[in-house]
Write a protein that binds this ligand. Structure first.
Ligand code: NAD
Length: 419
């Protein structure tokens, strides 16, 4: 696995090693479970608005094809690299297995700063990326979705590009599309709603009343903004919020709907307020009941974990907690209730699965149907994780990963090795 490098890939490898030891997976089976099946790297040349040309590097990693097509988001970020994409693809596999979806994990993206391109340039590079990926993806092979830096519009461009190539509309090639382009109701909000549904379950277990509790949310994109809004709707006081341009804290509570209106108008949180401005380096360690990292990976380091003053850590982002931090959190198990990423943010892929099913059948569900079925899947996964953690006296993360990895291992063993 020499082509996959970087601290985030090492985190995926370390997380897997912990579980493989706990499940006593024989050494000779481990690489077959962890090694991604395919990695595709493409050059995406585009015309810039100033008349010059640029080439952006695009990636797609498909982790395993044992249980169905692969499924996973597409990330646009300035420092994206193959190791990060592979780590995210691997986590998607364990997440899909934990929630019982008939998928392997995948992830992709383009190494670019989405905030530095015009809309026309973004469309050009998105279409070119999908064009380059056509031989490797398909509704029964690999189904893309949004992730950091991409949104419903990008998914609509992907779907259109793929459909133009095939000569007919293939809505089931991507999920997270706008509803009027074959998307499902409830997909945009699914991840944030799922986070808050599970936070609700954790609060019940800890005896925390929403109206007397506070929350801090890092990241104010799709996951962060919907989570913050949904927490407010449940009566929680959101005291801290940040994105990559600004950070705000107010112990009396922030006006989340006004912040959502501000970002809808200006794109980011910058310029929302001068009074509540706060140092982002100290946001995660402020006292609160619910802490939701919903931006990037590896923000909860060992040092941050030792200083955390929350009671629930709800991992909206993928991989926000380093292995060192995880060991600290394990020691602080009685103080901090962790909802690990592959459970906490699974609402997104669950409703993506619903969208794919609806597109394949051309039979569309109501918002209530989507939300009821989402809650059922999350409930099942939450209780499975809690039961396993209690039974084996392991952390919630170990329990969640073990359930996922065990399912993939069983499927691989049952199918056998070809030829
Ligand atoms: P997004 O692009 O919509 O939003 C990302 C947010 O993070 C933005 O507000 C951005 O400003 C902020 N951000 C970036 N760098 C930051 C920094 N240094 N400090 C604070 N904020 C910063 O992305 P998203 O879809 O909301 O994804 C966020 C996280 O959730 C990612 O880890 C993603 O993999 C994960 N996730 C997303 C989904 C989904 O359905 N979109 C599903 C599961 C997991």
């Amino acid at each position: 696995m020499d082509i996959y490098t970087g601290p985030f890939f090492e985190q995926a490898r370390e997380n897997f090693a912990v579980i493989a030891d706990y499940l006593e997976i024989p050494e000779h089976q481990r690489l077959r479970l962890l090694m991604p099946k395919r990695a595709i790297v493409v050059a995406c040349p585009v015309h810039r608005d100033d008349g010059t040309e640029s080439v952006f590097t695009g990636y797609r990693v498909q982790h395993h094809l044992t249980m169905g097509p692969t499924k996973g988001g597409t990330r646009y970020a300035a420092n994206l690299h193959l190791g990060e994409v592979a780590a995210l693809a691997i986590a998607m596999s364990w997440k899909c297995a934990l929630t019982g979806l008939p998928y392997g994990g995948a992830k992709g993206g383009i190494c670019l700063d989405p905030y530095s391109l015009s809309k026309r340039e973004l469309e050009a590079v998105s279409r070119r990326y999908m064009q380059e990926m056509i031989p490797f993806v398909g509704p029964k092979t690999d189904v893309m979705a949004p992730d950091m830096g991409t949104n419903e519009q990008v998914m609509a461009w992907y779907m259109d590009t793929y459909s133009m190539y095939h000569g007919n509309t293939v809505t089931e090639i991507v999920t997270g599309k706008p509803v009027d382009a074959g998307g499902t109701v409830g997909r945009r909000e699914a991840t944030g709603h799922g986070v808050v549904h599970l936070v609700g379950r954790a609060m019940e277990r800890l005896g925390i009343h929403p109206a007397q509790s506070t929350a801090i949310v890092q990241g104010f994109g799709n996951v962060g903004s919907v989570t913050a809004q949904s927490l407010v709707q449940r009566g929680v006081r959101v005291v801290g919020v940040s994105d990559h341009t600004a950070c705000y804290y107010d112990a009396r509570g922030l006006d989340v709907p006004a912040m959502i209106r501000h970002t809808a108008q200006h794109g980011t949180l910058a310029g929302y307020s001068t009074e509540a401005a706060f140092d982002p380096r100290h946001l995660l360690t402020q006292p609160c009941d619910i802490l939701v990292p919903a931006a990037m990976e590896q923000v909860i380091t060992g040092d941050v974990a030792r200083k955390l003053q929350c009671r629930i850590l709800a991992e909206g982002a993928n991989g926000p907690t380093t292995p060192e931090a995880d060991r600290v959190l394990n020691e602080r198990r009685r103080e901090i209730f962790v909802i690990p990423d592959i459970l906490c943010n699974a609402g997104g892929v669950v409703v993506s699965y619903f969208e794919w099913v609806q597109d394949l059948q051309q039979l569309f569900w109501t918002e209530a149907e989507v939300s009821d079925r989402l809650n059922q899947v999350l409930e099942r996964a939450f209780h499975a994780v809690m039961d396993r953690a209690q039974r084996d006296k392991v952390s919630h993360r170990t329990a969640a990963l073990a359930i996922g990895i065990e399912k993939v291992q069983k499927a691989k063993l049952t199918r056998g090795l070809f030829p």
